[in-house]
Design a protein around this ligand. Structure first.
Ligand code: NAP
Ligand code: ZN
Length: 352
């Protein structure tokens, strides 16, 4: 074991503070990574504040962070894909059983024995896993991704969660070229959804509650922007969408968006508000519409997404912050005041 620097929360109401944690020495299959940037996902905030208590209670101390990019510092003797000095990424998963039908189908995120990057039982050290708000991490090489060398690293980190979470359902939906695609919520996930839907050739429409984000939405690739609080604008687009990606982190009127769908349109939820959303069966029946959900992506698909981003020069629009400003960033996240992802420069942890 060795000591690593990190930021952790001691309870649902405590701020994140500087601390030391234990990491394992790399085993033969492990890759040790010096973390350079870590994105701040709204899931980090949900977890730190124990907002998902009824589904996934938080074990404290909690070190969040699952949008990790860095440089390999050491590899185990059986590691073949990485060597010291390589760029590396780690997302929401650090282990799974490799034997179940989901793992065999490259869908490790649905493995019943998956280990998430933080707040999951740690098979090596006991306790729970600690995430990327830290200067280093040790991960089984199967869960480490190659990062395209041409991309700016601070903007790559968010691809490891916000990127794959939006790429996967949009890509899976089918040929989206020329189709009318909506993205609800222009935050970390939403702005990546806009970029991917645009890259796949869709007619992209952003639904936002923030008037001030309109220009940015267009710059990010949206063809149209709807202020969702404006009933008249909503009415004009009713029944016209083929597909909608809902990234909203808080309670909202799901039925208003279902009513935006045309015949057999689908709305896929990736946002994870703490409380259940009300669902009107009438909104679904008329038009044979469907609602589904999607959870990050498997490792092969995550690599495919990163390679796609390398090829098309896609990164997240980030506001780079030192880790000392993480609590302030959380407050801004709650107010939908992020453009469009906070990325922590982990060099700032050296002074702690
Ligand atoms: P974020 O950056 O905070 O963005 C969420 C956006 O939702 C906000 O920017 C805002 O956009 C909109 N919004 C917030 N409150 C709203 C409200 N009360 N009514 C309507 N719109 C509201 O969060 P994120 O990191 O993108 O994450 C979004 C959600 O996805 C979180 O719940 C997170 O836990 C979840 N998530 C799921 C997965 C998965 O695998 N399924 C992966 C990662 C994250 P506007 O200002 O444009 O309205
Ligand atoms: Zn996330």
């Amino acid at each position: 074991m060795y000591k690593a620097k990190a930021y952790s929360a001691a309870s649902a109401t405590a701020p994140l503070v500087s601390t030391d944690i234990q990491r394992r020495e790399p085993t033969e299959r492990d890759v040790q990574i010096e973390i350079l940037y870590c994105g701040i996902c709204h899931s980090d905030l949900h977890t730190v504040r124990d907002e998902w208590n009824s589904v996934m209670p938080t074990i404290y101390p909690c070190v969040p962070g699952h949008e990790i990019v860095g440089r390999v510092t050491k590899v185990g003797s059986a590691v073949t894909k990485f060597k010291p000095g390589d760029l590396a990424g780690v997302g929401c998963l650090v282990d799974s059983d490799h034997t179940c039908p989901s793992c065999k189908a490259d869908l490790e995120q649905f493995c019943g024995n998956a280990t998430f990057t933080y707040n999951s039982p740690d098979k090596h050290l006991g306790g729970v896993t600690y995430g990327g708000y830290s200067d280093s991490i040790v991960v089984d090489e199967h869960f480490v991704l190659h990062v395209p060398a041409n991309l700016e690293l601070a903007g790559v980190a968010p691809l490891l969660c916000a990127g794959i979470t939006t790429y996967s359902p949009i890509h899976r939906w089918g040929d989206i070229k020329g189709k009318k695609v909506g993205v609800v919520g222009l935050g970390g996930l939403g702005h990546m959804g806009v970029k991917f839907a645009k890259a796949f050739g869709a007619h992209v429409v952003v639904f936002t509650t923030s008037l001030g984000k309109k220009e940015d939405a267009l710059r990010l690739g949206a063809d149209e922007v709807i202020i969702s609080t404006d009933a008249e604008q909503m009415k004009q687009h009713a029944g016209t969408f083929n597909f909608i990606l809902d990234t909203v982190a808080a309670d909202h009127d799901l039925n208003a968006y279902i009513n935006m769908l045309g015949l057999e349109g689908n709305i896929t939820l990736v946002g994870a508000p703490d409380k259940p959303l009300a669902l009107s069966s009438f909104a679904l029946l008329f038009g044979r519409r469907s609602v589904s959900g999607s959870l990050i992506g498997g490792l092969a698909e995550t690599q495919e997404m990163l390679d796609f981003c390398g090829k098309h020069n896609i990164t997240s629009d980030v506001e780079i912050i030192p880790i000392q400003r993480v609590n302030e960033a959380y407050e801004r996240l709650v107010k939908s005041d992020v453009k469009y992802r906070f990325s922590i420069d982990m060099a700032s942890l050296k002074s702690e």
